[in-house]
Write a protein that binds this ligand. Structure first.
Ligand code: FES
Length: 69
């Protein structure tokens, strides 16, 4: 069984731990999870809709998407 996991956020979460600031990936694209590696910048020009990113970072817009909502 495969799953599609949707990430709607286009920037990291900033978490403060003591004196440290951690940037946690919320876009799902970082190669260094759970930390942000800046890859979310690829998502900044997305319009409405759903996009798939392959392992090489190539983006494809999903034309037909089923949602349970
Ligand atoms: S939030 Fe995912 S790479 Fe930055």
């Amino acid at each position: 069984m495969s799953r599609i996991v949707l990430h709607e956020r286009d920037r990291p979460y900033l978490v403060k731990v003591g004196d440290q600031e951690l940037h946690l990936c919320a876009c799902g694209l970082s190669a260094n999870k759970p930390y942000c590696d800046g890859t979310h910048k690829k998502t900044l020009d997305e319009k409405d809709g759903v996009y798939l990113y392959d392992h090489e970072g190539k983006r494809t817009k999903v034309e037909s998407f089923y949602s349970k909502q």
